[in-house]
Ligand binder design. Structure first.
Ligand code: ASP
Length: 343
C-alpha cells in the first residue's frame, strides 16, 4: 500500500497536470508550470452584454469562425518559431479587417459621426511599447502602434501627428469612409435619439468589440496588443484605456502579458493591465489570483465592467470578465478553445 503522503502527492501532481489544460487553473496553485507549452496565444473580441438571448445562430457562427481564423493566423506564426509580437499583430490585423469587431473596419462612431481609433502594443523582453490615439485614416491602427514602438523614440502619438507618422512609415492610409458600417452607424443614431449626451460608457445595454491578443513564443518572449474604436457617441477626442500602456495593454517577460476590454475609464483609473503584473511580481500571486482580484473584486466594487485576456511566463492562460459575455479564445499545442458566453 502506498503511504498517505505519497497518495496526496500523486493527487496534487494529477491536479496540476489537469489545471494546465484549463483557462481557469486553480487559484491555490501559485505559478507552477508543469509542462510549459511551446507557445500560447489568446485573443478577445470585446466584452459586454453578450447573451444567448440577444444572439442568433448565424451571428454566433460568424463570431466563432472569425475568432478561430484570428487564432489560426497567430498560431501559424508561433508554430513556425515566429515571435509573439508577430503573432499578436497577425491576429489583430485580421480582426481589424472584420466588421464584426469594434476595431479598424468595424470601429464605432463618435458623436460627430466619425471613427476615431486607438491601439497599443508592448513586448515583454525590453518593455518596449507603442501606442496611437484618435486616428481616422490608418487602415490598421495596430501596425501604426507597432511602428511607434519600433521606428520612433516615443511611446504614444495621437491625432494628426500619428497619421502623418504612419504615412511616413509607408502604412496603408484610407479615406475615413472606409470605416463606415451600417450597423455602427445605426448604433450611433439610436444613442443620439435616446440620450445624445451620453457617450456609450455604460456597458449595461451594449455589446462591445474591442480586440486584443496576448502571446508567449518559443523564445520565452511575451507580447500584448489591443485595438479599438472606443465608445459609441464619444466626444471631445475622448481616449480610453486601449492605447494606454499599463491600463489596456501590458507585457513583461518576468510576469505576464495582458490585454483588456471594457469601460475604459475604470481600466485607466485602476491601471488594470499593469496591476496583474504588479500583483504577480510584488504580491507573488498566480495569474488567476491576480486576474480574479482585479476583475471580480476591485472592478466590481468600483462599478467597472469588462474583462481581460492574460498569459504568464509559464504559459498559463486566464481570461476573466465580469460582464455577461466576452468573445474570447486561446490556442496552444494540442489545445484550442473559443467561447462567447459566461460558463
Ligand atoms: N476599453 C475600450 C474603451 O474604453 C472599449 C471596449 O473595450 O469596449 O475605449
Amino acid at each position: 500500500m502506498l503511504p498517505v503522503r505519497s497518495l496526496m502527492l500523486m493527487s496534487i501532481i494529477l491536479l496540476m497536470i489537469f489545471s494546465g489544460c484549463s483557462e481557469e487553473s486553480p487559484a491555490n496553485i501559485p505559478n507552477v508550470a508543469i509542462s510549459k507549452p511551446d507557445y500560447v496565444l489568446a485573443i478577445h473580441g470585446g466584452a459586454g452584454v453578450i447573451t444567448k438571448e440577444n444572439m442568433n445562430e448565424e451571428k454566433e457562427l460568424a463570431y466563432q469562425s472569425a475568432l478561430n481564423k484570428a487564432l489560426d493566423l497567430g498560431e501559424e506564426v508561433l508554430k513556425g518559431g515566429g515571435t509573439s509580437l508577430d503573432a499578436v499583430v497577425a491576429a489583430i490585423t485580421f480582426m481589424e479587417d472584420s466588421p464584426l469587431f469594434n476595431a479598424g473596419k468595424g470601429a464605432v462612431f463618435n458623436h460627430d459621426g466619425q471613427n476615431e481609433m486607438d491601439a497599443s502594443i508592448m513586448e515583454g523582453k525590453e518593455l518596449m511599447a507603442g501606442a496611437i490615439g484618435g486616428v481616422r485614416t490608418i487602415k490598421h491602427p495596430i501596425l501604426a502602434a507597432r511602428a511607434v514602438m519600433e521606428k520612433s523614440e516615443h511611446v504614444m502619438l495621437v491625432g494628426q501627428g500619428a497619421e502623418t507618422f504612419a504615412k511616413e512609415q509607408g502604412l496603408e492610409i484610407v479615406d475615413p469612409s472606409y470605416f463606415y458600417t451600417q450597423q455602427r452607424w445605426d448604433a450611433l443614431q439610436n444613442v443620439l435619439k435616446s440620450d445624445p449626451d451620453r457617450s456609450e460608457l455604460d456597458h449595461s445595454d451594449r455589446k462591445h468589440g474591442t480586440v486584443g491578443a496576448v502571446a508567449l513564443d518559443r523564445h520565452g518572449n511575451l507580447a500584448a496588443a489591443t485595438s479599438t474604436g472606443g465608445m459609441t457617441n464619444k466626444r471631445y477626442n475622448r481616449i480610453g484605456d486601449s492605447p494606454i500602456i499599463g491600463a489596456g495593454t501590458y507585457a513583461d517577460n518576468g510576469t505576464c502579458a495582458v490585454s483588456c476590454t471594457g469601460h475604459g475609464e475604470y481600466f485607466i483609473r485602476y491601471a488594470v493591465a499593469h496591476s496583474l503584473a504588479a500583483q504577480m511580481e510584488y504580491g507573488h500571486k498566480s495569474l488567476k489570483e491576480a486576474g480574479d482580484h482585479i476583475i471580480h473584486d476591485v472592478l466590481v466594487k468600483a462599478g467597472g465592467t469588462g474583462g481581460l485576456i492574460s498569459v504568464d511566463k509559464d504559459g498559463n492562460v486566464y481570461l476573466p470578465f465580469n460582464t455577461e459575455g466576452m468573445y474570447r479564445g486561446f490556442t496552444k499545442p494540442g489545445m484550442r478553445e473559443v467561447k462567447i458566453y459566461k460558463e
